[in-house]
Write a protein that binds this ligand. Structure first.
Ligand SMILES: [Zn+2]
Length: 189
């Protein structure tokens, strides 16, 4: 039987093989506990090494737990949107590099972004609506609160009356942060 190897970190401890539950935190803050992961832990400094099969097990488990979209699913959503890559990324507020990494499968889509993309895919009018906002261009449209929203969202109407909504749409502010119901072109205000 092979003797446990020396720790590369402290150079005095030995890496012992253990099988235990492993906790992993995704980039959007979700914590996933993966049962029975084989890993090597230094008996002196607690340095941990994850062998390749364990890394694969962890990412498969995470993808399933966090309902992550696969690269193939991302391709499908993009194909169905039937627009150029530039229009797709620009409308959805994505970086082109990030989008490339999703398509190649080298970067995972966060859980929240996954939900968003599914909504865009399921309701083409959602994509059309976002695309029409032109949020990242000088022609972007800004919010006006409708009469209906005064009834449905009284707090929103109050915010508009106090000028808070207009204030949040100042240049450089993220217009997507405001709850918008009715929309008028920026130039006609
Ligand atoms: Zn060590």
């Amino acid at each position: 039987m092979k003797s446990p190897s020396l720790c590369i970190d402290c150079e005095s401890g030995r890496m012992r093989r253990v099988v235990e539950a492993y906790q992993s935190r995704s980039n959007d803050g979700n914590v996933v506990t993966i049962p029975e992961v084989t890993l090597y832990r230094c008996d002196k400094c607690d340095e941990v090494l994850l062998p390749a099969p364990s890394l694969r097990k962890i990412s498969e488990y995470e993808a399933n737990e966090l309902e992550q979209l696969s690269a193939a699913q991302i391709h499908g959503i993009f194909d169905r949107a039937d627009v150029t890559q530039k229009d797709f990324t620009s409308a959805l507020g994505l970086g082109e590099k990030t989008f490339h990494r999703w398509l190649k499968g080298t970067q995972t889509v966060s859980r929240s972004m996954g939900y968003y993309l599914r909504a865009v895919d399921h309701f083409p009018e959602v994509f059309a609506w976002i695309n029409d906002r032109k949020w990242r261009t000088p022609e972007r449209k800004v919010a006006r609160v409708s009469q209906r929203s005064v009834v449905v969202f009284p707090a929103l109407a109050k915010r508009e009356a106090s000028g808070l909504i207009e204030a949040s749409l100042s240049p450089g502010a993220n217009p997507a942060r405001s709850f918008v119901l009715d929309v008028v072109p920026h130039s006609s205000r």
